[in-house]
Design a protein around this ligand. Structure first.
Ligand code: HEC
Length: 131
């Protein structure tokens, strides 16, 4: 009787541990991954330079009012940062906290952006600067 109980217990254990392994992983942009063109990349580029107005403060390779996109992506890769979290004000600045006040002026406008739009901006920033 005791043995049956033990067998049942191990079966339950195996079954539940298999289940937790099967959980689908959330799709995540791999920072530093290779440049490629896609509809999402094009959307990100359009938002970054157009409606998002990001380009007026962020150039690709050199600092202007804000840090360069290359610099931002380098630090986000090193520190495993979360750009969308930052743009949604859920994460603190990790690149240049002293000038956070300037970047903060964008957040009210960014609230109107959908998650897909923010994801496209992140993808563009990543792929446009990837080597
Ligand atoms: C008015 C100028 C200005 C505009 C417009 C602007 N930024 Fe910034 N941004 C800054 C400054 C200054 C910093 C440095 C302060 C900081 O790190 O928060 C910064 C920092 C950042 C950072 C790094 C944050 C960190 O962790 O420190 C990201 C990511 C970023 N901007 C994305 C964007 C995106 C995307 C847009 C367009 C939707 C945008 N910025 C528009 C000025 C601007």
């Amino acid at each position: 009787m005791k043995n049956i109980f033990l067998i049942l217990l191990s079966i339950t254990f195996i079954a539940t541990s298999c289940q937790s392994e099967k959980k689908p992983e959330k799709e995540k942009i791999v920072i530093g991954s290779k440049k490629k063109s896609s509809p999402e990349f094009d959307l990100g580029k359009e938002l970054f330079k157009g409606k998002g107005n990001c380009y007026s403060c962020h150039r690709m390779d050199k600092k202007s009012i804000g840090p360069s996109v290359t610099e931002i992506m380098k630090i986000y890769k090193e520190k495993n940062g979360d750009i969308i979290g930052f743009l949604r004000q859920k994460k603190d600045p990790i690149v240049d906290p002293d000038n956070y006040a300037v970047m903060k002026t964008n957040f009210a406008r960014l609230e109107k952006f959908t998650n897909e739009e923010l994801k496209a901006i992140e993808l563009y920033m990543n792929e446009a600067t990837a080597k």
